[in-house]
Design a protein around this ligand. Sequence first.
Ligand code: G3H
Length: 532
Amino acid sequence: MMQYAIGLDNVPDKAKIDGPITQNYYLVNGKLKQWEGEMHEVYSPIQIVTVEGIGPRFLGSYPMLSEREALEALDAALNAYDQGTGFWPTLSVSARIEHMENFVDRMKKKQELIVNLLMWEIGKSFADSTKEFMRSVEYIEDTIEALKELDSESSKFVKADGIMGQIRRAPLGVVLCMGPFNYPLNETFTTLIPALIMGNTVVFKPPKLGVLLLSPLLEVFRDSFPPGVINTVYGAGSTIITPLMQSGKIDVLAFIGTSKVSDVIRKQHPKPHRLRCVLGLDAKNPGIILPDADLQAAVQECILGTLSFNGQRCTALKVLFVHESIADKFIELMSAAIAGLGKGLPWQDKVMVTPLPEPEKPSYLTELIKDAEKLGARVCNENGGTIEGNLVYPALVYPVTSEMRLYKEEQFGPIIPIIPYQDIAEPIDYLIESEYGQQVSVFGQDPDTMAKLIDPLVNQVCRFNMNSQCQRGPDVFPFTGRKDSAEGTLSVLDALRAFSIRTLVAAKESELNQAIIADIVNGKKSSFLSVP
Ligand code: G3H
């Protein structure tokens, strides 16, 4: 029997879910509308043992909508926005915050189910699934606080050259929001939540995997926001996203995924200059291990950086440059660390290596290893690259050279390519020539060497991590990238800016204008021109 398959009776209580979940509805215009058409079946990456044998668990199904329903969702969002005159975009900031507070309070009650679905649907460990849920809740709470501050700052009147003005941030329109499968809740919310709270209306398409886990939130969305403010669509991109974009009525594309797909989507807009894009895209973040690095500490961070959620993070360390003088020792320590990692099912204690959610991923990763082996590299750690069900045992591949696919391709999985270098110019050139520009991690102890690397590298990437793995968090830090890695900057505060535009009321400082403004403000006659 496979080591990583389990009978449903043996699943611990904390990870049990009733199923299958039939989500035969979608959220449109404030209603969970019944769907009787084609459904997509969802299978877990976790293998279960039944009387019929071993196979992936059937988790449920969700709708495969057609162009008609996609356009229905768009219409609902357009009506709710109503050219900026709708209830939601003209509502006061404090009232929008109340809706969001209501949403997050109700969302918290769904924690157990959502965490379990994260484990079953995308194979994320219990600890990381819980972290993803909590981080999303905190993101919403921090967003609310940031908006309160921003709003109080913007309520001050500015005076210059005899003109007084109140400058605030206003919504942009209809946002098409598409999140990734690796953080289907958290990363999706880092665009969805700021888009909503700034007064935009949203058409939201969940990622290809991790759809059912959002299902418990549909009624929470429905009950927390006015009709049409948030609508969901499901199905093939070519069927539902293409008509949305071709309509020319999407004002903002919030997309986290590959640059290839984002290019296809944005080009479908008939007036690209009208489309604002907020994009989180590809990356191949290198770790650079200098000859004087504290190897124990570097290995610890490199394990986290390369293998957290099996390397399926856009911020993962996807290639390690190790100085040739320490390569053998580094590989020995990394191999030992990998051997000690917990492997198995997501709810098991201290587990780190879990089944991969993309069914085709193990064979893709095997291809990458074979390609490297053919060109002279080898897998250095015991059992590296072996596959059981959909679980791939982490593989240290060494020495990787520029001819190999692993040198450039974003593997997004538990394969660790190691490139030995002699001269520090080699990893620097790698970054300069790379198509990506998200982050880098540098491990070393000498301040002079570190300083010499900081200055050239901050102009290649958008975060230099010193003796620390690459990561997005904490969410108050700016998260962005150069080249094919991102467009726009996200952090709690930056996201509020990304989904809004500054607009102002200005008036020459005449007695009449002062009297009008005083009357409007004192009488609370405008949501925009107001003070708290
Ligand atoms: O996939 C990219 C995620 O934003 C990673 O977030 O680096 O903070 O774990 P993190």
